[in-house]
Design a protein around this ligand. Structure first.
Ligand SMILES: [Zn+2]
Length: 294
């Protein structure tokens, strides 16, 4: 299978849109997104930070040749070095960034409040409403609160179902995949760890106007390895249900409160809950794959 020329595909989509054929443009965008997601799902075999940093470094000459924004290229190189050194790239190193949807210029690059969004693109003159915001992860793109709450409530049942009929031995069997070797037991332990984290964060949002999201243990690793899969599943349900009761009784204004996160910058409670709900939906694919391989 040959690689699709994505720039050509997006150029066609733009042309269709410019000529008023929005639904043709939509179909071309779907083709591009489907192709990209499929390629990322099946081809990527980078399972260490070192391999990831090396792959980015190998791509940098092409990015320079494409004459992309100098701030962007510099930040990318720094970020790659940070990853190679075994550290997380902070919000300070990769702050708020908008790209002009019309001409591709990087129009804002700085922390919130530091760099005001220009009214118009300095390159093409487009107004700021067409600037494209690029979040650190789509997990941070808020979904409506009732939907997020319903999905968070659904996960304990899903988790029970994925383990139903399995022995502890099967649950502990590791299966190789693009994220490395994982067992269902480990994946569920990871979901429990993140549930404990979001429960702590939800508490912080309810108690403080502007919580520091790193104040309480960054990543209290729970020793889930010594618990049975059945224990993990029931601990997950207990923690999740207690958290949902708290969130349901929270005043509506809490959802818009903004906390400070070292990696993501300002994050609202709604974003934080969306983040964790999407995160576990992402893992559902991984766990489904492992379950099918047992
Ligand atoms: Zn522009």
């Amino acid at each position: 299978m040959t690689d699709l020329d994505l720039a050509a595909l997006y150029r066609l989509s733009r042309a269709a849109s410019d000529l008023g054929h929005y639904n043709l443009s939509k179909l071309l965008n779907v083709a591009a997104v489907s192709y990209v997601n499929r390629a990322a799902w099946t081809d990527l075999q980078l399972t260490t930070d070192r391999a990831l940093a090396d792959a980015v470094a190998a791509l940098e000459p092409q990015l320079r040749e494409a004459q992309l924004d100098q701030h962007l290229l510099t930040a990318l190189q720094h970020a790659r070095e940070t990853v190679a050194a075994g550290q997380l790239v902070s919000y300070e190193e990769a702050p708020i960034i908008y790209v002009c949807r019309v001409c591709g210029a990087v129009v804002a690059f700085g922390a919130v409040g530091q760099t005001p969004l220009p009214e118009q693109c300095p390159t093409c003159g487009a107004g700021q409403l067409v600037f494209q915001f690029i979040p650190a992860t789509f997990y941070l793109e808020s979904a409506p609160v009732p939907i997020v709450m319903a999905q968070l409530a659904r996960t304990p049942n899903w988790l029970e179902a994925i383990f139903s009929g399995l022995t502890e031995d099967q649950a502990a069997r590791r299966v190789d995949g693009h994220e490395g070797e994982w067992s269902l037991h480990e994946a569920a332990g990871h979901l429990l760890d993140t549930q404990e984290l979001i429960a702590q964060r939800a508490q912080l949002f309810l108690e403080h106007e502007s919580p520091n999201l790193n104040a309480k243990a960054m990543w209290q690793s729970i020793e889930s390895a010594r618990w049975s899969a059945a224990d993990i599943v029931s601990k997950f349900r207990l923690s999740r249900e207690a958290m949902l009761i708290q969130l349901r009784s929270a005043p509506a204004e809490c959802w818009g409160r903004s906390g400070q996160h070292v990696e993501f910058g300002p994050v609202t409670l709604q974003q934080q809950c969306t983040y964790f709900a999407k995160h576990e939906h992402w893992h559902m694919a991984q766990m489904t794959r492992i379950r099918q391989a047992l």
